[in-house]
Design a binder for this molecule. Sequence first.
Ligand SMILES: [Fe+2]
Length: 218
Amino acid sequence: MNDRVELSKGLALKKMEKFKFGLEKDKGFTYHHGIRVGKLALKLKNIIGIKDNLDELIEVGGIFHDIGKGSEPHNEFGAQITKEILKDLYSEDELNIIYDIVFYHNQRKKGNFPYYIKIIQDADMIDHYGVTGLWLDFSRVKDNGFSLNEFLEINDSEDNIQFHNNKVDLLNYDFSKKELETRIEIQRNIAKLFKRESCGDLLIDDFKNMGAIFNESL
Ligand SMILES: [Fe+2]
């Protein structure tokens, strides 16, 4: 275990714990999202096949990428405070790389960025989908006071489907696109089950043949 990464996590948590007050509904999501984005980015790097010694900086960039949330533009504010928070742990050159990751993480397709920024951009998007995406949807439903049927109707709408499909085009790497498409599909399939439940259907027989559920258009 790398000491500087562990120390960085502690510093990020200390700062993001304040989100309980600044971002009332966060409840630690942004901190854990950052941890996941750092890990996902390193997995993408591995698959893409890049070998260098930037793993630690990429992981820390992932951990800190949303630290400015709540003060928009959060990428710019976040990049500044990240440099300040980590100044005793990293050299100026290392801090500049972490700064760039945080600053450009949400500037997808707005420049010719080095790979370490592009994998964070992709990892950040991917982490909002799949079962986590459903969890986020349900949280929004609760926050906005939608009923179960209202959620299903919105979820099924053409606009919503297009909105999520458009996210795939924003990613930088083919593998990231496939992962995001897979997560979107998982999310839709679970929503189909949800829709079936909402009609009072029994799932026990269908569960034995998940393919039938997932392929059937409801
Ligand atoms: Fe993020």
